[in-house]
Design a binder for this molecule. Sequence first.
Ligand SMILES: Cc1ncc(COP(=O)(O)O)c(C=O)c1O
Length: 433
Amino acid sequence: MADIFERLLKNAGPIGQHRERAHGYFAFPKLEGDIGSRMIFRGQEMIVWSLNNYLGLANHPEVRKADADGAAQYGLALPMGARMMSGNSNLHEQLEAELAAFEGKEDAALLNYGYQGMVSIIDVLCGRHDVIVYDAESHACIIDGLRLHPGHRYVYKHNDMDDFEKQLQRATALIEKQKAGGILVITEGVFGMAGDQGNLKDIAALKDKYEFRLLVDDAHGFGTLGKTGAGAGEEQGVQDRIDLYFSTFAKSMASIGAFVAGDKQIIDYIRYNIRSQIFAKSLPMPLVVGNLKRLELLKTQPQLKERLWENAKKLQAGLRERGFDIGKTDSVVTPIYMKGDVPEATAMVMDIRENYHIFCSIVVYPVIPKGHIIYRLIPTSVHTDEDIQKTLEAFSATKKKLDAGEYKAEKIPDMAEVTGKRFDYLTERPKNK
Ligand SMILES: Cc1ncc(COP(=O)(O)O)c(C=O)c1O
């Protein structure tokens, strides 16, 4: 018989296999200091482009005060228990009512986390005869929710409306044959990696032709898109055609938690049946208090979103002018597509961090195909013109080196040599007694 733990230690996974060399630098880096456009990484100030603090609320003085007041007044324990049993409060209900009103929906239900919430929403909505039709580039929380789904699922090519309709036809035919079940369509409002909006308008238009319910994960659209910041549905003029609108608080709200909004009876059904909330302690009071303050600022301070977009437009225009491929983004998420292998990509990131003091996220094989590199820059309302200028210059300089093959000779850098510390997975983890 195999020892499960032994197998795990032999094969630590696609990223975990590099942990000894990468830990603390490429993986699990520690950004210190107040959250903002400049933070400290290994003792050095960096311009940071990897935080979804879109509206700069993370360190807004009113937010910090609300967080502190909430903790002082209630502590982390209150309320004890799941919402349904003993963990409800007026403030939880107030936050739900305010979120629903903001999204133009009848009601909303709080969730403790976005990831776990989405997994559980899919579980609570669909039975074995139902068919889920979903975008191929959906976030892991949607994919993992699908893993719980006992019925069929049909994937359509990312934002491809011909393929979407084809999959809808397949789903409709299957349901007619089964004589049972319905269709749930799931897409994102903004795809967090490439920054392109989900094609909500065209998806919604097909509701006139096919019967389905639409669930939108708008993690990156909430607070950043639409006239009022209500998200991608508002931006595309189809908010009323979204049956269930979902977002996390982990991005624009710079907090923890999530919500789903829709018709009162459906939200009530979710509230009374969603396993991730029924069998879990409810959101702690300081988070509810802090989220109420964040939502108030998001609604009353449109200049935060305006500033975010000014910065995003400057960054994206600057990159395009310098010949960078930033793909099809129509949100503030700014990818930069380059060609190179993994050693080149890692050498380039090191150069950008160590010599230009820019900290951003990078995606390479095996997450994307071999030979491709994606940098992902997240502008926020607190970035300055100087931050943007320095970043554009750094990317121009390093791209020249990449194109000239200057990073080619490098093997994958061993971060243990740079940091002077090798991460020992076995000795640095607390051992089971
Ligand atoms: C599209 C999308 N959905 C859900 C989540 C998960 O949210 P949370 O961090 O609240 O679990 C994320 C966060 O990465 C996301 O990008």
